[in-house]
Design a protein. Structure first.
Length: 247
């Protein structure tokens, strides 16, 4: 289970990390941030299952963070940390889908109890999912093939099949033999090869049309998958076609 910590006090973040490392071998700390805005910017790539957030923080508070997580990443569970005078904020957080809240200063045993409850809940959900795993992964693959040209992330694909991101990542790899990122890259490169062979589109346009953000990334990925650059691939085909015409 991957857990992300959001609190403007460094000592609190480090304290939570210490508690987890000493008592929860099943928990991996996915990252940390000092406010909600920084957390949102990092969570898409960190792919946590759980976010632990303080209520009162600068820039973006825990209530707004919880609200946005509920909209953007509905499968992420949120644990809210609050002071004794924050009850109205806690109530709002629960309205926006927070799993539970804990009062500061954090009671170690209470915190561990909530974390273990989340782990047990996740294991139960995974047990229910396993019989339908192949169907879910096929749905995810279809989703990738439909949306490969967009800025597609693993979190989006996981949300589409209603799984938490880290479990989806493991399940996808176990069922397909490749990571989500590699599968998405292969789909994009396959489409790029078709465009290189069957159109006169510029390579920089093909790059964008199959979902890559820039030529450098596209060329690197294409060479890694195909063994040659996009230009060489197109030229090889053109040479073979002209050579066949000459015969």
């Amino acid at each position: 289970m991957r857990l992300f910590i959001v609190d403007d006090e460094t000592i609190i973040r480090k304290g939570i990390i210490s508690i987890l490392r000493q008592n929860c071998a099943f928990v991996e700390v996915a990252g940390e941030a000092a406010n909600g805005k920084a957390a949102l910017e990092a969570i898409g790539a960190a792919c946590p299952d759980v976010v632990v957030t303080d209520i009162k923080m600068p820039v973006m508070d825990g209530v707004e963070l919880t609200k946005r997580l509920h909209t953007l990443y509905p499968n992420i569970r949120v644990i809210v940390l609050s002071g004794y005078d924050d009850y109205c904020f806690v109530r709002l957080s629960m309205k926006y889908g927070a799993f539970d809240y804990l009062l500061k200063p954090i009671d170690k045993h209470e915190f561990l109890s909530v974390v273990r409850l989340l782990q047990q809940s996740e294991l139960i959900e995974q047990g229910k999912i396993e019989p339908n795993a192949n169907s879910l992964i096929n749905s995810a693959k279809n989703y990738i093939r439909k949306h490969y040209a967009n800025k597609l992330t693993m979190v989006q694909a996981a949300d589409y099949v209603h799984l938490n991101p880290s479990y989806f990542s493991k399940l996808f790899r176990s069922k397909t033999g490749v990571t989500f990122t590699d599968y998405l890259t292969n789909v994009r490169i396959t489409q790029a090869k078709q465009l290189l062979l069957n159109t006169d589109d510029r390579i920089c346009d093909i790059c964008l049309n199959v979902g890559f953000s820039d030529n450098v990334t596209f060329n690197r990925a294409f060479r890694r998958v195909v063994g040659v650059s996009p230009t060489d691939y197109r030229n090889q085909f053109s040479f073979a076609e002209h050579d066949g015409d000459a015969d």
